[in-house]
Design a protein around this ligand. Structure first.
Ligand code: ADP
Ligand code: MG
Length: 249
């Protein structure tokens, strides 16, 4: 099993209140890892620590190390780090302009000047995000006019335009209906051949359906990390057992 990202002794506190307590974690490459746990246990904070986005938040204090492909991320530029490890937010956040412009934004910034190349890249990434067929005749349409599920797939497609290695998603289906959720889940399953995917979810059934590994967090700690099969069939901690049995949320 190849490890792509590793957290070593990561601690995060907000104004002195601990949100992550000495996290050590190794993420396997080209797998889907789900992070589950009750509200407020630190899932989003953990996700934002994986690309050190957390350091942008003024009230957060971060210590510890994050290794990406064995390299300490402190030796990497922020730009490279954010590009290699993309983050997709809970609520879809398309820019309020056309689908095409949303998709062209980052690659243009990173220097793709040739229009033919740019168009080909946009088509390729929309296809990867299972959105192309639905929008191909209307790339000029304002992205905010798309349905919630389409907006979320656009955000994933947009994240893919800078050729990341890891994709982090924070409760990507929390505002979506069953059908749109299913589309996102299918999409993520298809993407793991090329990308390593980490998904925060409050839905334990989603974790069961899509993930290879599951991390269970509780009160700022990573209580358990195992293959999804092992975690759900033989949880090691009482807190995990009770959580997956639905005894608390
Ligand atoms: P989760 O995603 O599991 O719901 P979070 O990582 O968002 O948990 O939050 C963990 C803890 O840190 C919670 O107690 C939350 O209230 C607190 N917290 C999160 N963000 C901030 C912030 N920007 N300022 C202060 N406290 C925060
Ligand atoms: Mg959260």
């Amino acid at each position: 099993m190849e490890i792509i990202l590793e957290l070593k002794n990561v601690n995060v506190s907000y104004d002195g209140k601990q949100a992550l307590s000495n996290i050590n974690m190794k993420l396997p490459k080209n797998k889907i890892t789900c992070i589950i746990g009750p509200s407020g246990c630190g899932k989003t904070t953990l996700l934002k620590s994986l690309n050190r986005m957390i350091e942008q938040e003024i009230e957060a204090s971060f210590t510890g190390d994050v290794l990406f492909e064995g390299q300490n991320t402190r030796t990497m530029s922020e730009e490279v780090l954010r590009r290699k490890i993309g983050l997709v937010y809970q609520t879809p956040t398309p820019f309020p302009f056309s689908i095409y412009k949303n998709m062209a934004y980052a690659p243009t910034y990173y220097g793709v000047k040739d229009k033919t190349k740019l168009d080909a890249l946009i088509v390729e990434k929309l296809k990867q995000a299972n959105l192309y067929e639905e929008v191909k005749d209307d790339l000029g349409k304002n992205a905010t006019k798309l349905s919630g599920g389409q907006q979320q797939r656009l955000c994933i497609a947009r994240a893919l335009t800078v050729d990341p290695t890891v994709l982090l998603l924070d409760e990507p289906c929390s505002s979506l209906d069953v059908k749109s959720t299913e589309k996102i889940e299918q999409l993520l399953l298809g993407l793991k051949e090329k990308y390593t995917i980490v998904v925060v979810t409050h839905n334990i059934f989603q974790a069961k359906r899509i993930s290879d590994y599951t991390a269970f967090m509780y009160e700022a700690e990573l209580l358990e990390f195992a293959t999804t099969d092992a975690l759900f069939s033989s949880p090691q901690h009482k807190k995990t057992q009770a959580f997956i049995a639905g005894l608390y949320g």
